[in-house]
Design a protein around this ligand. Structure first.
Ligand SMILES: Cc1cc2nc3c(=O)[nH]c(=O)nc-3n(C[C@H](O)[C@H](O)[C@H](O)COP(=O)(O)O)c2cc1C
Length: 234
């Protein structure tokens, strides 16, 4: 299973960097799942996240979870993690943070991590503080193997929402604007809009509007550069 999370890292000056990342979680038998999308996975050692009271630490077995973070090069997350050897994985249902990071809105309220030198999203439902254990280099997408050192629940999970799924999927497509055909992205967005329009709240609508602005700007830029190419053709 892949867990879509917000990973927060810090550079050597302590400047926090927020990025949506799919994170792989290694299961108890040491096997980790991979996904078609290749975005990343997180699976707890016993395959289940134990329910605990908000603010309570996780059970000791859970604190042994291992994660793999897979940033595409070039990546600030990659540079920071290699430098500081730690990160915070935030579990968050405010999809504005996912969409906002892609739209240049990275200024989300943060608070200090508890066991590592790091920052936690104020709106996270839960977070896990991790340390880098080892690194598998790759020219496209290195693997950063991390172990959990501390997990905290802040608020209860309130169930699934289709509009949140639509925003997440649209955000992933938009993070690949330069790698996927625009027609494919438009077709998938049209499908995702159905669930969004039926089930969104204000947060989801705001996040969606930021993502649509990115696509509009991208389409306009592409049309402008196509027009310039036509003009200079003899
Ligand atoms: C839900 C979601 C999951 C993502 N997962 C990954 C990932 O696993 N690896 C990655 O490099 N980028 C991923 N991205 C895109 C990055 O968040 C984005 O490109 C970001 O700028 C990463 O680069 P950075 O480390 O320089 O911030 C994801 C985006 C979304 C919306």
């Amino acid at each position: 299973m892949i867990q879509e999370t917000i990973v927060i890292t810090q550079n050597s000056s302590g400047k926090a960097h927020i990025a949506p990342m799919g994170v792989h979680v290694i299961s108890r038998d040491g096997v980790y799942a991979t996904s078609q999308s290749g975005t990343g996975v997180a699976i707890s050692r016993d395959g289940v996240y134990a329910a605990s009271q908000p603010g309570a630490d996780t059970a000791p077995s859970e604190s042994q979870d291992e994660f793999i973070i897979l940033p595409f090069r070039p990546s600030t997350t990659l540079n920071n993690l290699l430098e500081s050897k730690s990160a915070v994985i935030n579990y968050c249902d405010d999809v504005r943070v996912f969409a906002g990071c892609l739209a240049g809105r990275r200024d989300w309220p943060l608070k200090s991590a508890e066991k590592i030198n790091g920052q936690v999203l104020d709106c996270a439902l839960a977070h896990t503080e991790v340390e880098l254990t080892h690194f598998e280099d790759d020219e496209t997408r290195p693997k950063l193997f991390c172990k959990a050192v501390h997990t905290v629940n802040h608020s209860p999970f309130r169930g699934f929402n289709r509009a949140q799924y639509s925003v997440l999927e649209a955000a992933i497509l938009i993070s690949r604007l330069d790698r996927l055909p625009l027609e494919k992205i438009q077709a998938e967005i049209d499908y995702l809009r159905i669930g969004l329009e039926k089930t969104a709240g204000n947060r989801e609508l705001e996040a969606w509007s930021w993502l649509m602005t990115i696509i509009e700007n991208h389409t306009e830029n592409r049309q402008e550069s196509a027009a310039v190419k036509t003009e200079i053709r003899p």
